[in-house]
Write a protein that binds this ligand. Structure first.
Ligand code: HXC
Length: 262
């Protein structure tokens, strides 16, 4: 995280917390390929850093991200898009990341910006957050998971309406529909709230945190029976960890656990 980036600000403002701010203000954080590649690099560095337990991703007050970079895409051909797996670098963002990612959304989260926000494990919204999948207005469709993740988050009829009309979803609506876990009263409270939640998570056993994320994510892919069985196997496995002994011993002795992360 000592590396400097062209389109990101990367820091660790609290113990155990990695913080990434999208920083391409002139284009409202439009997600050009160099930005996405930098984001991959920064997330991988936090993933590899054993002192980091959770990560917060945010944009600016005006825009989390106004989408994929339309100027970069406008002359793209089918053969280049298909041949070079355009957008494939985005899917990496979620599949390799085992540590919790909290996305703190203020301002526009449109198209690829909305999709990026939904790739996080927990989504927090500021009062002026605006979500939407406006690709229909550009003659295309969501391309980084929007049709799948938005539908899982808010249900088919709401997602269908959003994606077919290109209309925006307000912060209030996002909270009511369960797209955002929490809606804050100011942009700063949104980011601070995300950092506080990340700090809390980073204070737990990293083994247990990793397992929590893994089993909750399985619920998105498995049926209830296989999901519950999968959860039980992982639960059983945790009795092989030192931190299970440390956590339960501390409770029984009315003490405070000192996690070993083993
Ligand atoms: C490239 C963008 C951009 C984008 C904004 N900008 N969004 N550049 N790609 N997605 C640039 C503008 O061109 C402008 O640059 C500057 O940022 C400021 O934007 P304005 O439009 O002047 O600001 P404002 O009038 O406040 O309007 C804000 C806005 C509007 C409503 C968010 O910018 C907008 O509609 N943006 C596009 C939103 C969108 O369609 N997103 C989906 C993209 S498709 P200049 O140089 O003129 O000052 C997508 C597909 C995903 O994401 C597929 C998989 C990844």
């Amino acid at each position: 995280s000592e590396k400097t980036y062209e389109h990101l600000l990367v820091s660790s403002p609290k113990p155990g917390v990695g913080f990434i701010e999208l920083n391409r203000p002139k284009a409202l954080n439009a997600l050009c390929t160099p930005l996405i590649l930098e984001l991959n690099t920064a997330l991988r560095a936090f993933q590899a850093d054993s002192t980091i337990g959770a990560i917060v991703l945010t944009g600016s007050e005006r825009a989390f991200a106004a989408g994929a970079d339309i100027k970069e895409m406008k002359d793209l051909t089918f053969s280049a898009a298909y041949g070079n797996d355009f957008i494939e670098s985005w899917s990496d963002l979620v599949t390799f990341l085992k540590k919790p990612l909290i996305t703190a959304v203020n301002g526009y989260a449109l198209g690829g910006g909305c999709e990026l926000a939904m790739m996080g494990d927990i989504l927090y919204a500021g009062p002026k957050a605006v979500f939407g999948q406006p690709e229909i207005k550009l003659g295309v469709i969501p391309g980084a998971g929007g049709s799948q993740r938005l539908t899982k988050a808010i249900g088919k009829v709401r997602a269908m309406e959003t994606i077919l009309t290109g209309d925006n979803i307000s912060a209030k609506q996002a909270g009511e529909w369960g797209l955002a876990a929490r809606v804050f009263e100011t942009p700063k409270e949104c980011v601070d709230g995300a950092l506080a939640t990340a700090e809390k998570i980073a204070g737990y056993s990293q083994i247990a945190v990793k397992a929590c994320k893994e089993v909750v994510n399985k619920s998105q892919d498995l049926g209830i029976r296989e999901g519950v069985e999968y959860e039980r196997r992982v639960f059983h496995g945790l009795f092989g960890s030192k931190d299970q002994k440390i956590g339960m011993k501390a409770f029984a002795e009315k003490g405070k656990p000192e996690w070993s992360n083993e």
